[in-house]
Design a protein around this ligand. Structure first.
Ligand code: PGA
Length: 246
């Protein structure tokens, strides 16, 4: 399987930030893992042009419908039209800020798959869930509810991002990461069969160049979804290098 280093710029980035992508493309002309940046929608087209062929781009969300009266939303087809190959769905910030349920996330993922985009489906427990010992139940329920029936290793990526680790500098122990990734893998294989052994499982939440090596050594961690440390080519480059070496 080709591993994946994915950057999520969230609501950050203006046109003058495109130099980061050209720097990244220059530093990694042919990486031995997949590299993805998901900028804000306003930058997607320009970034797709600037990224070249070695770096993929994607959106941070899409609507479940293909078109229509949905002011402010973008469809999977629009993401594709702007040069995107991936779309993140169900990020915890979308689940929280926009009340996205597993059913909504699954519908968005289905829209992505039917548009030949790769869906990056995000799941993760809150600190309250973890302290109550419910991490595997909560994450398992999200995986069951958010990953569409048409998921394959080619069209779907699952990102495990503990809500309490996002943007906080806090990271679960390596044992905790491995426990959740092993559990997600087992659930996917039980549902989809052997193909799911190759569905890429990303860890996300305060990944940096300095902790990437140890995280990438954990079983069933096939890459990372990176927020803050994806904004600068130099920081994200360190993570890509760690993934290439893993
Ligand atoms: P972070 O964000 O790397 O800034 O913690 C990760 C994410 O939300 O995808």
């Amino acid at each position: 399987m080709r591993k994946l280093a994915a950057g999520n710029w969230k609501m950050n980035g203006l046109g003058d930030g495109l130099g980061e992508i050209t720097a990244l493309a220059a530093a990694f002309p042919s990486p031995n893992c997949d590299v993805l940046i998901c900028p804000p929608a306003t930058l997607l087209s320009r970034m797709s042009d600037a990224a070249g062929s070695a770096i993929a781009t994607g959106a941070q969300d899409c609507h479940a419908k293909t078109s229509g009266a949905h002011t402010g939303d973008i469809s999977a087809q629009m993401v594709r039209d702007a040069g995107g190959a991936y779309v993140i769905v169900g990020h915890s910030e979308r689940r929280t800020d926009h009340d996205e349920t597993d059913a909504i996330v699954r519908a968005k993922a289905e829209a992505a798959l039917s548009t030949d985009l790769i869906a990056v489906v995000c799941v993760g427990e809150t600190l309250t869930d973890r302290e109550a010992g419910q991490t595997l139940d909560v994450v398992g329920t999200q995986v069951a509810g958010s990953v569409p029936d048409g998921a394959t290793a080619a069209n779907t990526v699952v990102a495990y991002e503990p809500v309490w680790a996002i943007g906080t500098g806090k990271v679960p122990t390596l044992e905790e990461i491995g426990e959740v990734h092993d559990d997600i893998r087992a659930r996917l294989v039980a549902r989809f069969g052997d193909d799911a052994k190759n569905i890429r499982l990303l860890y996300g939440g305060s990944v940096k160049a300095s902790n990437a090596n140890e995280i990438f050594a954990v079983s069933n961690v096939d890459g990372a979804l990176v927020g803050g440390a994806s904004l600068k080519a130099s920081d994200f480059g360190g993570i890509i290098t760690a993934l290439e070496a893993s």
